[in-house]
Design a protein around this ligand. Structure first.
Ligand SMILES: NC(=O)c1ccc[n+]([C@@H]2O[C@H](COP(=O)([O-])OP(=O)(O)OC[C@H]3O[C@@H](n4cnc5c(N)ncnc54)[C@H](OP(=O)(O)O)[C@@H]3O)[C@@H](O)[C@H]2O)c1
Length: 304
């Protein structure tokens, strides 16, 4: 598996396991994480809020036995303040970040976090305070690097200009190609993109039709349901392997750090890795032709 390198030298596998869809049963999640390691995946994405903290616990428990391997990298996220009644509110304050990191370290059984990410953010946040929290954590060695997960251009631009972020996580796939407009600025700052939603909840897999009906019945972005179905059918005329197409499209971006793909079963993970390998052999002209058959999407909100 190819590795990509962050500014601070941290190496992450080009395919990372998105742990959000592992579920809350460790017995079901563990084989998926183990299989990811067998496939050469060394980057694992979680967040303090996934399954109200259970996800971090599962990821931490399963990966604990690999702590002697210095190539396993875990990224987690902070910013959603979980309350005792299970509700959350957005809290990018320094106090919350510094408090939460301790809980994430405990759950992940770690003495430092490789990649700590702000889990969203708005232009009205006290952004300098948030940035200084991450900088201080880095200086004291509690985290090795930090990043942001966002689809808001105004917030992303602020962090690119005023912070030392090493990664930007955004939804990015052949259909949701909005991040293309960010690539130049991201690459100029040597920030790496973590592409989440790469198979678009299954739409860009062999189960495309099932996902279309069950998850995109109301369409998405500028596509209504019918247009989306027609677009997928048209792309398949070029190459039937939609996962390989979207993976090749993502991996060909200079700024790509990792394709963060989720899987709720070992079978899905196996299929995705097989398709990742196939994507490396795919003719680039096919990928360009497929890209030309989907709409050029742009961010329309949170621009200023
Ligand atoms: N704001 C954020 O920071 C944020 C937001 C979202 C996600 N993430 C991260 O990004 C990761 C990936 O995001 P995502 O889960 O939204 O997107 P994704 O990887 O495109 O979709 C994962 C889902 O697609 C389906 N799938 C995957 N492989 C499949 C296959 N081979 N055949 C059929 N269906 C397949 C599964 O759905 P079913 O389980 O329904 O079968 C799976 O749960 C998450 O796990 C999380 O770590 C971060």
């Amino acid at each position: 598996m190819q590795k990509n390198v962050l500014k601070s030298g941290i190496e992450i596998s080009e395919v990372g396991l998105g742990c959000m869809s592992l579920g809350t049963d460790k017995k079901q999640a563990e084989p998926i994480i183990e299989r990811a390691i067998d496939h050469g995946i060394t980057y694992f994405d979680t967040a303090d809020i996934y399954d109200k903290g259970v996800n971090e616990e599962i990821v931490g428990d399963v990966l604990k036995k690999y702590q002697n391997r210095d190539d396993i990298v875990i990224g987690t996220k902070v910013g959603n303040h979980l309350q005792d009644d299970g509700s959350t509110f957005w809290d990018p304050s320094k106090a919350h970040i510094k408090d939460s990191v301790k809980e994430s370290l405990r759950k992940l059984h770690l003495d430092h976090i490789d990649l700590y990410q702000l889990h969203g953010g708005t232009i009205d946040d006290p952004m300098d305070e948030t940035i200084s929290a991450f900088d201080e954590l880095k200086q004291e060695g509690t985290i090795r690097a930090y990043g942001i997960s966002s689809i808001r251009p105004n917030v992303i631009n602020y962090y690119l200009e005023h912070s030392d972020i090493e990664t930007l996580m955004s939804q990015f796939n052949l259909i949701d190609n909005r991040p293309e407009s960010l690539l130049e600025d991201v690459a100029a700052k040597n920030v790496k993109l973590l592409a989440r939603g790469p198979v678009f909840k299954g739409l860009l897999t062999s189960k495309s039709n099932d996902a279309l009906d069950s998850k995109f019945a109301d369409g998405i972005f500028d596509y209504n349901y019918q247009e989306l179905g027609e677009t997928i059918a048209s792309v398949k005329e070029i190459e039937n392997n939609l996962t390989a197409l979207t993976f090749n499209y993502l991996a060909s971006q200079d700024a790509l750090g990792a394709i963060i793909v989720g899987a709720s079963s070992v079978e899905q993970l196996d299929e995705n890795i097989k398709n990742y390998e196939f994507s490396k052999k795919l003719n680039r002209e096919k990928v360009k032709a497929a890209r030309a058959r989907v709409k050029n999407l742009e961010y329309t909100q949170h621009l200023k």
